[in-house]
Design a protein around this ligand. Structure first.
Ligand SMILES: Cc1cc2nc3c(=O)[nH]c(=O)nc-3n(C[C@H](O)[C@H](O)[C@H](O)COP(=O)(O)OP(=O)(O)OC[C@H]3O[C@@H](n4cnc5c(N)ncnc54)[C@H](O)[C@@H]3O)c2cc1C
Length: 402
């Protein structure tokens, strides 16, 4: 999460604001799970928000940065996973697929992030103009900071969201991200078979999607190492999304070799020979494959009391959504653009904080709720070959959802 306040000579400033960033994780790469994110329609806005020195390192986050990004590389193909035939393709001009880990490395360069600090309380009563933020560090040590503005960017299970809803009837329940009824399983694989490597890249050099009975999958490049053009090594990922819930299958393996075996078995016999081989030859040991299974969460954004414009949300804290059509991070970029504009207008034109942050919230809630509902419907339609044609990605491609 980030808190911004008056300029303080001992802290670096952004647009003249002192920005303090706290994160509950112990360090930048402490989370073992990583995934790729398509940055497409929001890429120009994302680029405009970054200093050129940071943008210069953007390729570090790109999963396959040495590609010749021609028309095919900037296309997202959807195959019939059972026959291997191409069903349709979306043009995604300018799109780049980045890893979450690489993105965090690029964006954190030069920032002083206070790691291992979990926001636990916000006090908006003691001072009508400020917010007291309580953070819990390692071994439960508490720390307090005062801020003019607090932006909760603490992800799908946001504590800041929980605090903002606490004064509403049934607020705790209202604020909780809900289980979506859709499971996701991912294997990040270092294939030991050159023939399979070649075939995955032939399907698509960035990511191909594939539909099969009751599931939708994706196969693509996760990381690229080595030197171009001839000495490159790719690590791949494959993902399967299916209808199901941890409520009814609490004993499902969630990670490690057992999760790999579960995912492989669950797709056994459903796929065309090429796609089946990408799944079947996945090594089952921790050294070559990292596997994760979870139920995806979602939350349909609702209005909240932003404490006279002093506290609000952005990114997954404000609109966690299913990953179908790749919109979540891109909407986070829009949030950031809007929030920065609101802060600058409050400071520079004397505009009313309550009005501007209320306008920010209204847009974020309306956009976020609509995008989350669209993503849920998209997942539902993807599960049945008869409804695939109704999907937004078939009718409208991968453009901006809202
Ligand atoms: C498999 C997958 C594929 C995806 N593909 C796409 C795609 O193609 N395109 C797209 O646009 N989006 C995609 N998304 C969505 C995208 O990844 C998310 O929208 C984005 O990462 C959200 O970023 P965030 O910073 O809001 O939240 P997060 O990345 O969850 O970061 C939240 C941070 O807050 C910290 N935190 C949590 N609680 C606290 C606390 N109490 N105090 C302090 N810090 C705290 C966490 O440690 C974490 O660092 C995908 C998601 C998944 C899972």
């Amino acid at each position: 999460m980030a808190a911004s306040k008056d300029s303080n000579p001992s802290q670096p400033t952004v647009h003249g604001f002192t920005v303090l960033i706290y994160d509950s994780e112990p360090h930048l790469n402490s989370r073992p799970r990583d995934w790729t994110i398509a940055l497409h329609w929001a890429l120009p806005i994302f680029s405009s928000l970054l200093p050129s020195s940071i943008l210069a390192n953007f390729d570090h986050a790109v999963s396959n940065p040495h590609l010749d990004f021609d028309e095919w590389a900037e296309t997202l193909p959807m195959y019939n996973g059972e026959t291997g035939d191409l069903m349709f393709k979306s043009a995604v001009p300018g799109a780049r697929r980045i890893t979450r880990r690489g993105l965090r490395e690029v964006l954190s360069d030069g920032l002083d992030i206070a790691w291992g600090r979990k926001v636990t309380r916000l006090d908006t009563e003691s001072n009508p103009e400020k917010v007291k933020v309580t953070l819990e560090g390692e071994e439960g040590v508490e720390e307090e900071v005062w801020a003019d503005f607090v932006l909760g960017t603490d992800g799908a299970g946001s504590k800041v969201r929980e605090i903002l809803f606490a004064d509403q009837e049934n607020g705790e329940e209202k604020a909780k991200a809900k289980r979506s009824g859709f499971m996701i399983g991912t294997c990040v694989v270092d294939y030991q078979d050159e023939d399979v490597v070649r075939k995955v890249l032939e399907k698509h050099p960035v990511m191909a999607m594939a539909m099969s009975r009751g599931a939708v999958g994706a196969f693509g490049v996760q990381y690229t190492t080595g030197t171009p053009p001839s000495n490159l090594h790719h690590t791949f990922f494959w993902t399967k999304i299916w209808k199901g819930s941890l409520s009814t299958t609490p004993d499902l393996p969630r990670k490690g070799p057992e999760a790999v075996r579960y995912l492989k078995q669950s797709w056994q016999g459903d796929l065309s020979p090429d796609f089946q081989s990408f799944v079947d030859v996945t090594p089952e040991d921790d050294t070559h494959t990292q596997a994760f299974i979870d139920e995806m969460g979602t939350w349909i954004a609702q209005p909240f009391d932003n404490r006279d414009g002093r506290v609000t949300l952005a990114g997954d804290a404000g609109h966690p959504m299913l990953i179908l059509r790749g919109q979540g991070f891109q909407h986070a970029v829009i949030d950031v653009q809007n929030y920065v504009q609101a802060l600058l207008a409050i400071r520079d034109s004397g505009a009313d904080r309550k009005d501007l942050v209320a306008a920010y919230d209204k847009d974020m809630v309306e956009r976020g709720s609509e995008a989350a509902l669209q993503a849920l419907e998209e997942a539902e339609l993807a599960m049945d070959a008869k409804s695939v044609e109704k999907m937004l990605m078939v009718r409208k491609g991968h453009g901006r959802s809202v």
